[in-house]
Design a protein. Structure first.
Length: 86
């Protein structure tokens, strides 16, 4: 994914969470809180690695473990990537 936009990143995160957590269906980005999916620390590290390896996004562990929706997490990741945050 060369140019990230919100819709693409939301779909990628939803799919990645679906695979990492072995969910029956991909979660809805705007309605699903990441914390409600049962994200463990090991799954968060796996997701953190995939974000870096597949999308080139360096994401702090804490960013993945916060209580926000997939859509809000996408916005945060895009903001960080645009402004070169931590």
């Amino acid at each position: 994914m060369s140019a990230l936009d919100r819709t693409d990143l939301e779909a990628w995160l939803s799919g990645a969470l679906h695979r990492v957590l072995r969910l029956p269906d991909p979660p809805a980005p705007s309605a699903t809180l990441v914390a409600d999916l049962g994200l463990t620390s090991l799954a968060a590290v796996t997701l953190q690695y995939r974000l870096r390896a597949e999308l080139g996004l360096k994401v702090g562990f804490e960013a993945l473990m916060t209580d926000r929706s997939i859509a809000a997490l996408s916005d945060s990741l895009l903001e960080t990537s645009v402004h070169g945050g931590p």
